[in-house]
Write a protein that binds this ligand. Structure first.
Ligand code: FMN
Length: 411
């Protein structure tokens, strides 16, 4: 890698010597110009943080994870789908929106308290459900649940977690929300939902955006770099897969061939609504039309999500989709949003647009893989600290003061 720019410069110089190619001189000058403004303290991959405290922002954890986790497991975390257009859009989307800070407002006392379904949390930052956390650190979801307890964050547990919903609630010390993959067998979905309800889950979040096989090229390429024998843990049958996921323990998985569901319609929601009394949310909506249908079908909330750019390469970020959804639901149900949130400013933009809370996925996995529970705690702490600072700068002492007038869509 390091030899490449030098070789390129030498080639440009060679071309510049040619009288026919005067324009190359300009190219060479461009090449030698420093960025404006210059970057004097870039993040360097040869200077990784050695402890959570050293992190300046959540991005500092990802290269540590890359060092500590086998390539295939890192690839499972990092991958988007196809060309990863949606993955990048999730980050680029925030640049389309600017903040309009207000001045002369007393922000000496801040209240970041968030209320959902009668439960109060001291933060609007939520743990999104992610599968197989023990692939990143031996403490897996246990570490994540304990970190959520210490910061008193709302957390969601994946259907395919490597910890059961009962154990997650015990470790969290407060009801955890259960994320439900519908699966292609109603009986399995029903049994999972009943189990979550019995365990005392605060809500069930139905993920509806996984339909086709996911073309996770980053994962597949990194798998080729992984020299370990993976067959001890990964056999290629659905039975073997779910047998390693404790939420399926005791459930008859006969005939199950997918955790997704290609015949999924609103009938599934109606059926589930008649099965459990627990609050039901739907995760993976990206349009106003579906958001209105969610409200019409008696759901209690929406998670606007594109699965962190892992399910379709639509190219649409969730921050782009959020305003039309907020407008369409007209406050009939609370909206949570995830995908690409990495900074306090990102979170403030979504809350100001009208989201009740913001969920994060990869950043806490970076912290987990890098340093276990203290890493997750530091990631959550950094985001909370950034959020506080941005709210002060915006002149918003509480979440209710974050209003649409604080956000401007750039032309
Ligand atoms: C490694 C990984 C595993 C995931 N597993 C699940 C899952 O089991 N169920 C689910 O609904 N979403 C899952 N997601 C999506 C997250 O819930 C969330 O939507 C996404 O991570 C948010 O984007 P972000 O990673 O950019 O913050 C997963 C995401 C990642 C990165």
């Amino acid at each position: 890698m390091t030899g490449q720019p030098t070789a390129r410069r030498r080639f440009l110089k060679f071309l510049a010597a040619s009288p026919l190619l005067g324009g190359i001189n300009e190219a060479l000058a461009q090449e030698q110009r420093l960025p404006d403004p210059s970057v004097w303290g870039p993040r360097a991959l040869d200077k990784l943080i050695a402890s959570p405290r050293e992190a300046l922002d959540v991005f500092d954890f990802e290269p540590v994870m890359r060092e500590k986790v086998p390539p295939a497991h890192f690839g499972y975390m990092a991958t988007g789908i196809d060309d990863e257009v949606t993955l990048r859009a999730n980050r680029e989307g925030f640049q389309k929106f600017q903040l309009r800070p207000r001045r002369m407002i007393d922000v000496s006392t801040l209240d970041l308290g968030m209320e959902l379904f009668g439960q109060r949390y001291p933060s609007p930052i939520v743990i999104a459900p992610t599968g197989s956390n023990s692939a990143f650190h031996s403490d897996g979801e246990l570490a994540v649940s304990r970190a959520a307890r210490n910061g008193n964050h709302l957390s969601m547990l994946s259907t395919v977690a490597t910890l059961s919903i009962e154990d997650a609630i015990a470790a969290r010390g407060r009801p955890v929300w259960f994320q439900l993959y519908p699966t292609d067998r109603w009986e399995v979905a029903e049994a999972l939902a009943r189990r979550a309800e019995k365990a005392g889950a605060g809500a069930i979040v139905i993920t509806v955006d996984v339909l086709a096989r996911q073309n996770w090229e980053t994962l597949y390429r990194l798998m080729r770099d992984d020299t370990r024998d993976c067959s001890a843990c990964h056999q290629r049958t659905m039975k073997a897969f779910v047998q390693r996921k404790p939420n399926f323990d005791g459930i008859d998985i006969g005939g199950l061939s997918s955790t997704g569901h290609t015949t999924l319609t609103w009938d599934f929601v109606k059926r589930l609504r008649n099965t459990v009394k627990t609050r039901l949310l739907i995760k993976g909506l990206m349009t106003a039309e579906d958001a209105v249908l969610a409200a019409d079908n008696g759901l209690d909330g929406i998670v606007v999500s594109n699965h962190g750019g892992r399910v379709d390469d639509s190219g649409r970020s969730t921050i782009d989709a959020l305003p039309e959804i907020i407008k369409a639901v007209r406050g009939r149900l609370p909206v949570i949003v995830d995908s690409g949130f990495r900074r306090g400013t990102d979170i403030v933009k979504a809350l100001a647009m009208g989201a009740r809370a913001v969920a994060i996925g990869r950043p806490y996995l970076w912290g987990l893989a890098a340093f276990g529970q203290p890493g997750v705690e530091r990631v959550l702490g950094l985001l909370q600290t950034e959020l506080r600072a941005v709210m002060m700068q915006m002149g918003a002492p509480s979440l209710k003061d974050l209003t649409p007038a604080l956000v401007h869509r750039a032309d």
